[in-house]
Design a protein around this ligand. Structure first.
Ligand SMILES: [Zn+2]
Length: 364
């Protein structure tokens, strides 16, 4: 394991320092693109945490290479405590999946409608908290813009982190098929959204066809593209709001561009973000740790350098810290700019993060 001193020096200098050209057959080769590593943690702030506990925790995070936090709720105490330890503090926001009672009661007509004509407002798919808004309605977009604007006005918030920024899963990750007793080998109408009047009329204005007149809407490429664009429009509109505050905008998304488009109509490589955290949760897809490298490779390829990718890792999916070490190394070696950890990292996990980062920087 690398000493702390050399780790800090390496992390400050970044990969660029380790990627000096070398001479082989008289030809100069750059080993890796210029980049620095930055890790993140997703967390739900617990109001019971004391300032002293938070100071200790976030100092440990920083020493392990964590540079930013995604907080699922607004807690000024947590945000400021993180910032005091040199971490960025971002607000993690559920975006299209909005079950707040006030909104459900005030605007049931804003909710998405499936291919059977059922609304998420009163008949949510899979689970009660799945209350998806329709991305095509101007009122929904305005509501979300107002929310992001309000969040980013706060001086202790460094950025907005979009979660559930997609349609409902028309196909669930395979690990959940048993749990919900569904075999989703095809797109079923009760999980396929949104067929509301606004979506129908906008699609008709765009392509001249009513989606209800298409025999197999699940096979219509234009209908798919329409829905990618509907979410793209929401994200890129929210990116303008973030830009007006000169603050960061990132998102938690499905693990690869292909899975994201296929399962949840999420076209994230076309978003105007400052960074992205694909949830490369290998256990959800019954994959092994090796797949993390494959998923990162695909994401980085299709992003084509637009913004950095941070590999989201689900700590409960790893059998032990050796596996986690391998997962972090695979992510960094395949082009991730860092990882984002879901789960509460204890000291052994932080030590693993630090060691895997140091070893990856030497290998890249
Ligand atoms: Zn709609």
């Amino acid at each position: 394991m690398t000493s702390r001193r050399s780790f800090v020096a390496t992390s400050l200098l970044g990969v660029a320092a380790a990627a000096q050209p070398f001479k082989s057959t008289g030809k100069e080769i750059t080993l890796a693109p210029k980049k620095t590593v930055k890790h993140w943690v997703w967390t739900n702030p617990d109001e019971k945490d004391t300032e002293a506990e938070l100071a200790t925790r976030y100092k440990q995070y920083y020493e392990a290479g964590v540079r930013g936090m995604f907080f699922e709720a607004d807690s000024e105490k947590h945000f400021r405590a993180a910032k005091a330890q040199k971490l960025e503090a971002h607000r993690w926001m559920w975006t299209m999946n909005r079950g707040e009672k006030s909104l459900l009661n005030a605007h049931p007509e804003w909710y998405a409608i499936n291919r059977k004509g059922e609304s998420c407002a009163d008949k949510p798919p899979y689970v009660d908290y799945y209350r998806w808004l329709c991305p095509s309605k101007p009122e929904v977009l305005q509501y979300l813009k107002d929310q992001v604007n309000t969040i980013l006005q706060k001086d202790y918030v460094d950025g907005i982190h979009l979660d559930y920024i997609r349609f409902c899963d028309v196909i669930l990750p395979v690990n959940l098929w048993d749990k919900y007793k569904i075999e989703q080998t095809k797109e079923l109408p009760e999980y396929d959204y949104c067929y509301c009047d606004v979506c129908r009329s906008k699609f008709k204005a765009w392509r001249g066809t009513d989606i209800k007149d298409i025999q197999f809407p699940e096979a219509s490429l234009s209908w798919r593209l329409f829905r990618y664009n509907a979410i793209n429009n929401v994200v890129n509109s929210l990116a303008v709001v973030a830009g007006s505050h000169k603050k960061a905008i990132t998102a938690a998304v499905f693990p690869t561009p292909e899975v994201a488009r296929r399962n949840v109509r999420q076209d994230w490589t076309n978003w105007n973000l400052t960074g992205i955290c694909p949830m490369i949760y290998h256990g959800f897809y019954k994959e092994k740790v090796d797949w993390i490298g494959d998923a990162v490779t695909e994401g980085v390829h299709f992003l084509a350098g637009r913004f950095p990718l941070y590999a989201g890792l689900f700590l409960p999916d790893f059998a032990n810290n050796q596996e986690l070490h391998k997962g972090i190394e695979l992510a960094l070696q395949h082009g991730a700019a860092g990882v984002s950890l879901f789960g509460t990292p204890k000291q052994d996990v932080l030590d693993t993060l630090k060691a895997a980062t140091a070893s990856s920087l030497k290998m890249i």
